[in-house]
Design a protein around this ligand. Structure first.
Ligand SMILES: Cc1cc2nc3c(=O)[nH]c(=O)nc-3n(C[C@H](O)[C@H](O)[C@H](O)COP(=O)(O)O)c2cc1C
Length: 302
């Protein structure tokens, strides 16, 4: 049975990765999960300098998931390279570094610094709804998506994954723009902008007023967007959004994802990523699937 997948020339032992921002840089989860068992670890977004993030409260529980407005708090690229990359290097898993910035120049500073590091891929976050400049400002305009993808590709030494926002009218337009800019792969979806009001205080629950919705309630939206995107582009897709178990991951793969990322589920069960790997293997045994590639985009008309 072969569970390995090829993501823009990088071989992952299985398609299961962690979603950026929900797994730190692996260290805090390493006592629960054997990182050697995962296809890849995707780190929290890192910028050229440290960011303090948004004021608190910045997370809230809602039906079927959570809202967050963390605002990409991160230690900055220098500390990240000194502390987090060497930690992850101890494990037999692929390292994907998620990159954030306010301006093209800030993204490029991080991309150029990472060119010197032994990481496997970069995931460029142009879809964070919780920062005022940069992030989603790039991800909602196809011209801007293509331009930043091109700029990053010129400087990058590793393959580039562009991370798309669901907060758009037509995700395939953004996907095509990223592909035209030279993206090696796409990941989707980031969080869906939401809001929660405390009726007793008559005020917003999050200091930022709005936050990104994640968790099981967004899963059907993510499956639909992965399916539509898979019909529109040739580059491989990393599917995410509300994957809580192996069944959700397999659904995403059948919709067209070559790999999957597990996010919010890590907060309710820190061992979930390893369980998803085991669950996919069980499914393959049950249905006599020799190679996981047979499942990618294999959904059929009823
Ligand atoms: C607390 C939190 C922090 C996140 N931070 C990042 C981030 O730094 N960069 C990024 O690209 N996505 C970030 N995301 C988005 C996730 O990687 C993922 O795309 C999204 O949550 C949907 O997957 P899920 O429903 O499995 O959580 C964050 C999500 C959460 C819940």
């Amino acid at each position: 049975m072969n569970t390995s997948v090829n993501l823009c020339g990088v071989t992952l032992k299985n398609p299961v990765m962690t979603a950026s921002g929900t797994f730190g840089s692996g260290a805090e989860f390493s006592e629960f999960v054997d990182l050697n068992k995962l296809g890849a670890v995707v780190t929290k977004g890192v910028a050229n300098v440290p960011w303090t993030g948004n004021p608190t409260p910045r997370v809230a529980e809602v039906y079927g998931g959570m809202l967050n407005a963390v605002g990409l708090q991160n230690p900055g690229i220098e500390l990240f390279c000194k502390r987090d990359i060497p930690f992850l290097k101890q494990y037999d898993t692929k390292i994907i570094v998620n990159v954030c910035g306010h301006t093209t120049e800030e993204y490029l500073e991080v991309v150029e610094r990472l060119a010197e590091e032994a990481i496997d891929m970069m995931e460029i976050n142009i879809s964070c709804p919780n920062v005022k400049e940069g992030g989603i400002a790039f991800g909602q305009d196809p011209k801007a998506v293509e331009a930043i993808t091109k700029a990053v590709k010129e400087k990058a030494k590793q393959p580039i994954i562009m991370k798309l926002s669901p907060n758009v009218t037509d995700i395939t337009e953004m996907a095509r723009a990223a592909e035209a800019g030279g993206a090696d792969a796409l990941s989707l979806i980031n969080t869906i902008t939401g809001m929660k009001i405390d009726i007793h205080r008559r005020s917003f629950v999050l200091a930022n007023k709005t936050g990104g919705m994640s968790g099981p309630a967004i899963h059907p939206v993510a499956v639909r967007m992965v399916y539509q995107t898979a019909q529109a582009v040739k580059v491989p897709i990393i599917g995410m959004g509300g994957i809580m178990n192996a069944a959700d991951a397999i659904e995403m793969i059948l919709a067209g994802a070559t790999a999957v990322s597990i996010g919010t589920a890590n907060f309710t069960d820190p061992k979930v990523s390893e369980k998803v790997v085991a669950g996919i293997e069980e499914y393959m045994r049950k249905y006599g699937v020799e190679d996981i590639k047979e499942l990618v985009g294999a959904v059929q008309e009823r």
